[in-house]
Ligand binder design. Structure first.
Ligand code: FE2
Length: 234
């Protein structure tokens, strides 16, 4: 009963989508699917003969539009899952989840860990020895906190919660801008350039609050569209 895990990449926003499934029952979930890659994702789900149960978001994205609602047209039994704090998305989501909520796929359990900070509604998903961290924890970096109600102070505590997972836990981030694909909790505690264990909260907050990044190009269209789970209203 091994877990199938397919990391998928979208180049324009450097976003990782993850397709995970029970290899025996074929029950599956997709995490952070991107609108422009919907044909690839549908083809892969069908090719692998997966039964898509959950279309999961780690948060309301600002840099791309989710394919959650469009995916449901092909997989009408799949449930859209998002963190309970995202009240703007309540109308389009099927399941609003909070800390400790369990979503089963076959013999595997997807466990919700609330990791606010990048946005107030950010969540991570733990499955077996893998944690899907969205825009909370990146490889050697973290999500930004300068819009959508972000808070570096809050993110510090969320990432330290992730740091209580076993060091061998595999970290699958929501984005990577440097060519990395996977890390471990142990590696990030030792080497993360913003939040390694030796950095105190004030150091982290100062670093994150001074990243001076350009706003995401699609923020004005992506955020409202993602409040509707990717259904663009005309
Ligand atoms: Fe984000």
């Amino acid at each position: 009963m091994s877990l199938i895990c397919k990391p998928l990449f979208e180049h324009d926003s450097s976003t990782f989508t993850y397709l995970i499934a029970d290899s025996v029952t074929r029950e599956a979930a997709i995490i952070d699917a991107v609108d422009s890659m919907i044909d690839r994702d549908i083809e892969l789900i069908q090719e692998l003969e997966l039964d898509l149960k959950f279309i999961m978001e780690t948060h309301i994205h600002a840099d791309h539009i989710t394919s959650a609602c469009p995916l449901k047209k092909t997989f009408p039994l799949a449930k859209i899952v998002i963190g309970i704090e995202n009240i703007d998305a309540e109308a389009c989501a099927d399941i609003m989840v909070g800390e400790g909520h369990i979503l089963p796929i076959g013999k595997h359990e997807i466990v919700v860990i609330e990791t606010p900070g990048h946005t107030p509604g950010c969540i991570s998903y733990l499955v077996d020895n893998k944690v899907f961290t969205g825009d909370s924890l990146f490889i050697r970096s973290t999500g930004r906190c300068d819009f959508q109600g972000g808070s570096a102070s809050t993110l510090y505590h969320s990432i330290h919660k992730l740091f209580t997972l076993p060091d061998s836990t595999l970290v699958h981030p929501g984005h990577d801008y440097n060519g990395f694909t996977v890390s471990t909790i142990g590696e990030e505690k030792e080497f993360n350039s913003l939040i390694r264990l030796e950095f105190d909260k004030a150091t982290f907050v100062n670093k994150v609050d001074n990243l001076n990044l350009e706003p995401p190009k699609k923020i004005k269209t992506a955020v409202p569209a993602n409040h509707s789970c990717g259904l663009i209203k005309n």
